[in-house]
Design a protein around this ligand. Structure first.
Ligand SMILES: C=C(O[C@H]1C=CC=C(C(=O)O)[C@@H]1O)C(=O)O
Ligand SMILES: [Mg+2]
Length: 463
């Protein structure tokens, strides 16, 4: 990404935004396919698009073009800066009561202090954008907004041409034929640094046994090669078919594309009600109802998985106690079943205290011990030391916040980075005292499955 194209938030103080005016205009349109709208922006906005849909499918969001970008490289204050910059920008919104709130979408990298070689060269360590064209589909109604953030006083011409462009995009999305996406053709598949991954589990397990940490999540990468570059809308389409009951997300940074279908919510805030998800502890689905129930019960009663899970519950409860009142945490986990895997699941709820907001929760929750470990700082430094890669945005917070402070962030797992004719798939697992490299390795295969099927990368003996 060419830095000079973007305003670096490091240089921005609040006063800087006073010169800006933030114009927004929304129209309601006939319901259309969100993916068709994303696809309609392929030529003009590739590299500057995003896609989001919640698991309930009650909220879909697509962004085309950048009305404003926040890239932050001050890793210590990155959450604060995003929060402050977004709040300042929202103060410049010209419209009194926009019918749809403008939205900031993006994410934070997993660990900006990890200096290992990175594949994520187009992704800044914090990367958020206000889209030029924003499609929101909620309660079965569709809205398209134009956002224009400018210092110019006279916006008449600029707005007129944006309206023309908006109408073209809507038309293209509404009249397009349903796209018959084909499965990509995989020409190669490689497990990167498999030996280092296996030995890092052994090493970390012995560190945990020596009581130097309680839990550490270790992950690995699988590379797929294709005969030609994949279209990003096709990648989203394929993965949505493989794991429909998840958050579906996609974020472009120039020619790189990060996407996935994750079952894990980091945190959602709606009218000051906060909701987080403890999701850790895994077992495959059974082929029959009986086998599936048996495996589910095994997971619910397995001490290793219950301990993996409990670290997450304790940590999220602590963060909620600091930011919320009236928090509710069920005493025992239940099962979350997605297509290939069952997880232990505990929802945590509370009401935001005065002075706390969504980004504060993201800052303090990330990474939960479902992705980092316990204690947090020791786990992060063990990951830096032993995990043979740079996670980039894998396992990191990705999501949106609107001008009223409502929004939702997911944990970007079950995901892949697409880069031309290559895709890098990520999966990991929680290492506790009684983990073994073989069973963790097997667990990552189950986690890779939906993405592998989506991209046509499974071998013939893998379902
Ligand atoms: C780290 C991943 O999953 C986390 C989320 C749910 C269950 C997990 C587990 O059982 O190990 C992991 O903590 C991943 O999918 O890459
Ligand atoms: Mg696990």
């Amino acid at each position: 990404m060419n830095e000079s194209q973007y305003s670096s938030a490091e240089k921005q103080d609040n006063s800087r935004y006073i010169a800006y005016r933030f114009y927004t205009e929304t129209i309601e349109v006939s319901k259309m396919s969100a993916l068709a709208f994303f696809e309609a922006g392929e030529k003009a906005y590739q590299g500057k698009r995003f896609y989001w849909q919640n698991p309930e499918k009650t909220f879909t969001l697509v962004g085309l073009g950048h009305a404003h970008v926040l890239t932050i490289s001050n890793h210590q204050g990155r959450f604060e800066e995003v929060k402050r910059n977004w709040q300042s920008l929202c103060k410049q919104i010209v419209n009194e009561e926009p019918s749809v709130e403008p939205i900031l979408f993006g994410g934070f990298s997993f660990d900006p202090l990890n200096k290992a070689n990175t594949l994520w060269n187009k992704f800044p360590e914090s990367y958020f954008a206000v889209p030029t064209f924003q499609l929101v589909i909620k309660s079965d109604r569709a809205y398209v907004s134009i956002h224009l953030i400018t210092k110019e006083e006279d916006t008449f011409q600029a707005f007129e041409s944006l309206r023309k462009e908006r109408d073209k995009l809507i038309h293209a999305a509404q009249v397009s034929e349903p796209i018959a996406y084909k499965k990509p053709v995989v020409t190669g598949r490689e497990e990167l640094k498999k030996t280092s991954y296996l030995s890092s589990i052994e090493k970390v397990t012995s560190i945990i046994k020596a009581k130097q940490a309680d839990k550490v999540v270790i992950a690995r990468v699988l590379r797929l090669d294709f005969d030609k570059p994949l279209s990003h809308s096709s990648a989203l389409y394929q993965v949505s078919k493989e794991q429909p009951e998840s958050f579906l997300f996609g974020l472009e940074a120039d020619e790189q594309f990060f996407f996935g279908a994750t079952p894990e919510r980091l945190v959602k805030v709606e009218d000051r009600q906060a909701l987080s998800t403890c999701l850790a502890g895994s077992i495959p689905r059974g082929k029959t109802v009986e086998k599936d129930t048996e495996l589910g019960n095994e997971l619910l009663n397995d001490p290793k998985n219950r301990s993996e899970h409990q670290y997450v519950v304790n940590m999220i409860s602590k963060v909620f106690a600091a930011h919320c009142s009236g928090q509710f945490v069920p005493k025992k986990p239940i099962l979350m079943k997605v297509r290939d895997i069952q997880h232990l699941y505990t929802p945590v709820e509370g009401e935001l205290k005065q002075g706390s907001n969504l980004i504060d929760l993201v800052r303090d929750l990330h990474p939960t011990p479902a992705l980092g470990g316990e204690p947090k700082q020791s786990a992060l430094s063990l990951i830096r030391q032993y995990e043979p890669m740079n996670r980039g945005f894998y396992a990191a917070p990705i999501g949106w916040i609107d001008a009223k402070g409502n929004g939702e962030f997911a944990v970007a797992i079950r995901s892949a980075l697409m880069d031309g004719k290559k895709a890098y798939l990520y999966a990991g697992g929680g290492i506790v005292e009684d983990s073994t490299p073989e069973s963790e390795y097997a667990e990552t295969w189950v986690k890779f499955r939906p993405m592998l099927r989506a991209l046509g990368g499974q071998l013939s003996d893998e379902s």
